[in-house]
Design a protein around this ligand. Structure first.
Ligand SMILES: [Zn+2]
Length: 217
């Protein structure tokens, strides 16, 4: 019988053209971002159908379209929750969300439904988790991270794809726009074949080249 070595699956978060991901190594799975509220069953069913047990939930940042289904998913799986130390206080509810004034009212309203979760593990720059290197890229949020393994980049909202091109982080939602631009610039120095963006279609070939050619900062 064939055994799975490594695979990436995408769960589209339709309302925001967003993405949650399942990274599967053997029979173990990591969820990278959980999507808006209401997606936990879909993520779990996907893992079940792949005969993989969710052991890790890794969050690229605290925003609700990436953490909305976290509490349900944590309760149903008992998986360990990982987030960067700078975003941990917003996830746990110890500090108020540092949302910029450019965020639309209807999005701010959504945050009143936020279900706080105490993380199990705090990530720092250059940590290793589930086979990935953690790179701290502050700006979109204070504790935004990307996951990188030399071939694939899980970019959170620091790189999003749209109509065959790659964009940097969305200005309207950036906590510190100048810092966010600096962080995206830093990511352009990395070589990666595949991009798993926070929003939009994954890019499977020559992704860093496409990023360098399409992102204007
Ligand atoms: Zn975001």
């Amino acid at each position: 019988m064939a055994e799975r070595v490594y695979a990436i699956y995408r769960i589209p978060i339709k309302e925001v053209s967003g993405n949650a991901y399942l990274v599967v190594r053997g029979k173990e799975a990591a969820v990278v971002d959980t999507g808006l509220p209401g997606y936990s069953d879909q993520i779990l069913k996907s893992a079940d159908s792949l005969d993989a047990k969710v052991s890790h939930i890794i969050l690229t940042h605290y925003h609700i379209d990436h953490t909305g289904s976290l509490k349900d998913l944590k309760e149903k799986t008992g998986a360990k929750v990982f987030i960067h130390e700078k975003d941990a206080p917003y996830l746990s509810g110890k500090e108020k969300f540092p949302l910029p004034s450019t965020v639309p009212q209807e999005v701010i309203k959504l945050y009143s439904t936020y279900r706080h979760v105490e993380p199990d593990a705090i990530l720092k720059d250059d940590d290793r988790v589930f086979g990935f290197r953690v790179i701290h890229v502050p700006g979109h949020t204070p504790g935004s991270i990307v996951l990188y393994d030399g071939r694939a980049l899980f970019a959170g909202d620091n790189m999003n794809s749209r109509e065959g091109k790659i964009e940097g982080s969305p200005a309207m939602f950036d906590w510190d726009r100048e810092l966010a631009k600096k962080s995206v610039k830093k990511l352009l120095d990395l070589d990666f074949e595949m991009l798993m963006p926070g929003h939009g279609e994954p890019v499977l070939e020559k992704a860093s080249e496409l990023a360098r050619n399409s992102i204007r900062l």
